[in-house]
Design a protein around this ligand. Structure first.
Ligand code: GTP
Length: 264
């Protein structure tokens, strides 16, 4: 776990942004957008790709897990399926994470951001020892925040929305890091409905009751959990495709960093 005060004692430290999201949420496109944004505003950044199975990265990564491990070879060698291959590749990479950290440490004084892209299969990062080691190691040294990417057009049904939010809660409680909820693809569907559901409990209840998969009491209890979660959460609506909302996202990241510095 992060050591209290360890991050704020040094003069200049970059903010680590760990991008986590369900497959297809637009994580890679979002990373590309962040990358081009920091170039535009001349904020030096460092990009780490932790997805061994990504076929093509639309941005240059400073550190790429694919340079160290070939997950298809790993699958063959250990007789694994794709998910086992990705997990094992991440584990092998994590055994060398001290070297990665050395590289980052050397560059850190000149950097504003360190961006981490995580595997497309979200649970490989969020529920593995490797994911925890990488997250905790970075968070012990640098102000670290989690950006949880939501596929907004695919979250418009209240039941799906709630599932996605509960997943976000589980990641928040696992990492215990400041959190920015990123509603992506707002060029397709505006995230205003999500903001309404997060701030107006009754509006969400009403939407749920109209949903055919409504499960009464259980849902009511989960809503109470979510209400608590929403209170402390930062929300940004973005379009990774058009770049809309990215300035606001970085403002939320700055707030999250302040939270890290005061609480960790
Ligand atoms: P995995 O690698 O499978 O985890 O996918 P990913 O989460 O990295 O998503 P990716 O960036 O590959 O995007 C998934 C799909 O969503 C692609 O077809 C993108 O073009 C599309 N997409 C991503 N961001 C946006 C957006 O802001 N607006 C729209 N309209 N489409 C988007």
């Amino acid at each position: 776990a992060p050591q209290p005060g360890s991050a704020s004692s040094s003069p200049h430290q970059p903010t680590v942004i760990i991008c986590i999201g369900m497959a297809g949420s637009g994580k890679t496109t979002f990373m590309q957008r962040l990358n081009s944004h920091i170039h535009t505003v001349k904020a030096p950044g460092y990009v780490v790709n932790l997805d061994p199975a990504v076929a093509q990265l639309p941005f240059g990564a400073n550190i790429d897990i694919r340079d160290t491990v070939n997950y298809k070879e790993v699958m063959k060698q250990y007789n694994l399926g794709p998910n086992g291959g990705i997990l094992t590749a991440l584990n092998l990479f994590t055994t060398k994470f001290d070297q990665v950290l050395n590289l980052i440490d050397k560059r850190a004084p000149t950097l504003d951001y360190i961006l981490l892209d995580t595997p497309g299969q979200i649970e490989i990062f969020t529920w593995s020892a490797s994911g925890t080691i990488i997250t905790d190691t970075l968070a012990a040294t640098y102000p670290t925040v989690v950006a949880y990417i939501v596929d907004t057009p695919r979250s418009t049904s209240p039941a799906t929305f709630m599932s996605n939010m509960l997943y976000a809660v589980s990641i928040l409680y696992k990492t215990k890091l400041p959190f920015v909820l990123v509603f992506n693809k707002t060029d397709v569907v505006d995230h205003a409905f999500a903001v309404e559901w997060m701030t107006d409990f009754e509006a969400f209840q009403a939407a749920l009751e109209d949903d055919e998969s409504y499960m009464g009491g259980l849902v009511g209890s989960m809503c109470l959990v979510l209400e608590e979660f929403y209170k402390g959460i930062r929300v940004a609506g973005v379009s990774a495709m058009t770049g809309h909302g990215v300035d606001d996202f970085f403002e939320k990241i700055a707030e999250a960093r302040t939270e890290y510095e005061t609480e960790y």
